[in-house]
Design a protein around this ligand. Structure first.
Ligand code: ATP
Length: 446
């Protein structure tokens, strides 16, 4: 993990938050390439959910909702983690994750393993951040920052179903920030106080829930594979009966082999009619589906829920590679080209040659309205290539002496390092074709 953290800082993907004030635990800021990578992940998810399908529509609901939403959903009473404190080392742990935690003592052990460990009973700690709406501290109405985006979808069921011109099975997809007062220290961006979620609630006739649940587990697994996650590092883990949330009749985690071990990347849950029934009862508004013949039912819900930041971490870990090429170390992010923050670097071989820089800038201006490209004429070409390798740029287009003679350029491929000469007039078409090709990780699948 240290190598990923260091690359992210060095290349401006992710910075620790509030660093000049000593930092704030479990909070991170995203730099230029981090923003671009995160945006690409969100776009690919939205495209798979909405653009490539007929049965899902988009929504963007508020972060701050009426407090009754969280009463009805069960979050006010039940959205908590069991925590234990160690009176000896003063550290705090999730009672349900003691196996994966490290105690504060040296040499490090599991909490409770050393003879001096003095653990308290587990206490429940609500994960929702509370704030107030209104000018006055005393009179303002207490509200919560949402801990998940899903409830904004359920309470809009009637609005959307009315205008979406779709009948169950149909879904509503949303991407947005969520907030959880996570007490246990995170592992980089794996678990943070604020994060983005990509959640989709798929409303189905009750008798079809089981079938759609299985469908969405497979579909979501395939999405991670499609964008390059290696098969050996991805698995589906169905929850045991005693692990299920109060609302769920079946849940599977899609797990990734993170440096901290196999952990949840995405959850797919069969939530039954729990949410729509709870909001119907609490609000008095019937959240149900009425058929043409007047018969009515409460749809059941299948929910795939994925964190953008956790997904980004999985893509970074899966892409990070080191190798020795011609006696030199090379660090390379083998990201799927469609996720890569920059698709192509435009590099004049000699930065001081007006002929080369002029042609390179012209190509850059031609490509930039279409795709994310970067122009770089500073320093040795080898160093410029290495910089692009580290941010995962799949192609580098180099303008050299020969370009001036015959209008050809080289296109260098990040993964194989193969170089090919193509005509500058065809560069745009060539690049767009290559970016559209299916891609799988060249990393050894072990
Ligand atoms: P965990 O068991 O890891 O706390 P969860 O089961 O509480 O996760 P869900 O409520 O199912 O998580 O949220 C759906 C997804 O949102 C998770 O699979 C994860 O990708 C992401 N996620 C949840 N909490 C966080 C967090 N604190 N930081 C970053 N991502 C998160």
């Amino acid at each position: 993990m240290e190598k990923i953290v260091s690359l992210c800082k060095r290349r401006g993907f992710v910075f620790p938050s509030s660093e000049i004030y000593g930092g704030l635990g479990s909070s991170y800021d995203y730099g230029h390439y981090g923003v671009l990578l995160k945006d690409n992940i969100k776009q690919r998810w939205l495209s798979a959910m909405v653009q490539e399908r007929d049965d899902i529509v988009a929504l963007d609901s508020s972060i701050i909702l009426h407090s009754d939403v969280w009463q009805a959903s069960g979050h006010v009473g039940g959205f908590s983690d069991p925590l234990v404190d160690c009176k000896f080392c003063k550290k705090r742990f999730r009672a349900d994750h003691l196996e994966d935690s490290q105690c504060g003592q040296r040499p490090s052990k599991r909490p409770g393993e050393a003879s001096d460990c003095d653990l308290t009973e587990a206490r429940h700690f609500n994960l929702m951040f509370e704030t107030r709406v209104g000018a006055m501290e005393e009179t303002g109405v207490p509200v919560y920052l949402r801990p998940e985006t899903a409830q904004g979808i359920f309470i809009n069921f009637k609005n959307v179903a009315g205008i979406a011109r779709r009948k169950p099975p149909f879904g509503i997809a949303q991407v947005g920030k969520s907030f959880r007062n996570e007490i246990t220290p995170g592992n980089f961006i794996f678990r943070t106080l604020e994060f983005e979620q990509m959640e989709m609630e798929f409303f189905v006739p009750p008798g079809e829930a089981e079938e759609w649940y299985r469908y969405w587990v497979d579909e979501r697994y395939a999405w991670h594979r499609r964008y390059g996650i290696r098969e050996s590092h991805l698995r589906i883990r169905p929850h045991e009966a005693d692990e299920l949330s109060h609302y769920s009749s079946a849940t599977s985690d899609i797990e990734y082999l993170f440096p901290i071990g196999w952990s949840e990347l995405e959850g797919v849950a069969n939530r039954g009619d729990f949410d729509l029934t709870a909001h119907t009862n609490a609000s008095g508004t019937k959240l149900e589906w009425v058929e043409q013949d007047g018969s009515r039912y409460t749809p059941h819900v299948i929910e795939p829920a994925l964190g953008v930041n956790r997904s980004m971490l999985a893509f970074l870990v899966d892409a990070y590679d080191e190798e020795v090429v011609a006696d030199r170390d090379r660090t390379v992010l083998r990201l799927h080209p469609q996720l890569a923050p920059v698709k192509a670097a435009i590099l004049p071989l000699i930065g001081k040659s007006d002929d080369m820089t002029g042609r390179a800038r012209k190509l850059y201006e031609e490509l930039r309205p279409l795709i994310s490209v970067e122009y770089d004429d500073g320093g040795q070409i080898g160093r410029r290539y290495r910089r692009q390798d580290e941010i995962g740029t799949p192609y580098a287009l180099t303008i050299d002496e020969q370009t001036i003679e015959d209008d050809t350029i080289t296109i260098r491929e990040r993964d194989s390092l193969a170089q090919e000469r193509i005509s500058i007039a065809r560069a745009r078409e060539h690049l767009l074709d290559r970016l559209a090709e299916p891609w799988s990780s060249p990393r050894v699948d072990a």
